[in-house]
Ligand binder design. Structure first.
Ligand code: NAP
Ligand code: F7E
Length: 345
């Protein structure tokens, strides 16, 4: 019998790579998607097979983290072996604008899911998408034993979700793990996160479509890895003999300024000529540096990332250049970045 996985956030960066990974491993995959007035499944369209076709193994269901009853109904009908809880309002800057919504989805959404599993008596393994944002102002390098000091509503919501996951593990004996993941990026990264914002701008500036890229604080340091490698780490956590919490990170830190230099250098441009400061992108509280220590994941799970930030930058820039040159629909539909949103991101 194929294992059955239930994935929240399947339309996001990580969810799309995870769905690919699990389908390759022979899983039947059930993903939760939000109803929207426009299609929001572009990251997984290539995986979709009409469910009427015999052998289809990817199934999509409408649901929302705000609706606990719906989550319980779905879990009760599907009865998955593994639940990967990836859905969240995941943008840190936006969490300052929408703190209540962020707490409702990112914090309480996790609790709703854990409680639904408990109430229906489902025996499954549960992955919680915890985040290095929880460490916030704590000293480097950050590991599983580093205290939390969140610096944003998003970080606080993830701390609540982390401890809820631990509590359900201890109180009810559920197989629950927290993957504490440092920043991981890819060509599928949302366009308003800084790495993709930069690589997309490099492609557009190189093509003469944009003149400038507007950014906030470029002195912050992050530990940027490659998303598909982190997906495998999530899966390995759920295959372990016992539930535990693990940091996934590359162990190397680069500033946004260094990321900019790598990205513009890759196409032979000098970043300082094109980057402008815009205080709309500055956060009310910032995390100066996040660099992880993933020793536990390496020794216990055999997980070790191969792709470091410089290689990641090159592959993201190359992907954005090819997307632009091949005229992918989303490039044509959207005007240049600073113009299309009034909200900071
Ligand atoms: P993402 O690209 O922003 O995807 C978020 C997903 O959550 C999307 O599928 C989104 O659906 C869904 N979602 C948002 N609100 C929802 C709601 N109310 N109900 C149901 N679904 C909802 O995020 P990601 O980068 O893949 O990250 C996956 C998870 O890992 C998130 O929990 C994030 O906080 C966490 N995390 C990410 C990183 C990172 O560096 N990427 C690091 C640490 C932790 P739509 O497509 O409809 O918006
Ligand atoms: O910002 C600075 C910004 O939005 C990185 C999420 O996946 O990783 C992500 O959160 C840094 C910050 O990611 C701009 O101030 C400068 O210091 O790409 P980001 P993030 O905040 O680190 C963690 C681990 C998660 O869990 C989250 O879900 O870059 N920065 N100028 C900017 N950031 C953005 N977005 N836009 C700018 O213009």
């Amino acid at each position: 019998m194929a294992k059955r996985a239930f994935v929240t956030g399947i339309t996001g960066q990580d969810g799309s790579y995870l769905a690919e990974f699990l389908l390759d491993k022979g899983y039947e995959v059930h993903g939760v998607i939000r109803r929207a007035s426009t299609f929001n499944t572009h990251r997984i369209d290539h995986l979709y097979v009409d469910p009427h076709v015999p052998g289809a193994r990817l199934f999509l269901h409408y649901g929302d983290l705000m609706d606990g009853a719906r989550l319980a109904t779905l879990l009760s009908a599907i009865r998955p072996d593994e639940v990967y809880h990836l859905a969240a309002q995941s943008h840190v800057r936006v969490s300052f604008d929408e703190p209540e919504y962020t707490a409702e989805t990112t914090a309480f959404g996790t609790l709703r899911l854990l409680e639904a599993i408990r109430r229906i008596g489902l025996d499954c393994r549960f992955y919680q998408a915890s985040s290095s944002e929880m460490f916030g102002a704590s000293p480097l390098p950050q590991s599983e034993t580093t205290p939390f000091h969140p610096r944003s509503p998003y970080g606080s919501a993830k701390v609540f979700a982390f401890w809820s996951a631990c509590n359900y593990r201890e109180a009810y004996g559920q197989f629950v793990v927290n993957g504490i993941l440092f920043n991981h990026e890819s060509p599928r990264r949302g366009e308003t996160f800084v790495t993709r914002k930069i690589t997309r701008a490099v492609a557009r500036i190189r093509a003469g479509l944009d003149r400038y890229l507007y950014l906030g604080n470029i002195d912050v340091v992050r530990d940027w890895g490659y998303a598909p490698e982190y997906i495998e780490g999530m899966w390995r956590m759920l295959q372990a003999d016992a539930p535990d919490d693990y940091v996934l990170a590359t162990g190397t830190g680069y500033s946004v300024r260094e990321f900019l230099a790598l990205a513009f250098d890759h196409v032979g441009l000098d970043w300082e000529r094109y980057v402008r400061f815009d205080d709309r992108y500055v956060r009310p509280a910032e995390i100066d540096a996040l660099v992880g220590d993933a020793t536990k994941a390496r020794t216990s799970l055999g997980w070790e990332p191969q792709i470091r930030t410089p290689e990641l930058v090159n592959l993201m820039v190359d992907a954005d250049i090819s997307a632009l040159e091949s005229g992918e629909r989303h490039w044509i539909d959207r005007p240049a970045l600073p113009g299309w949103s009034t909200a900071p991101s």
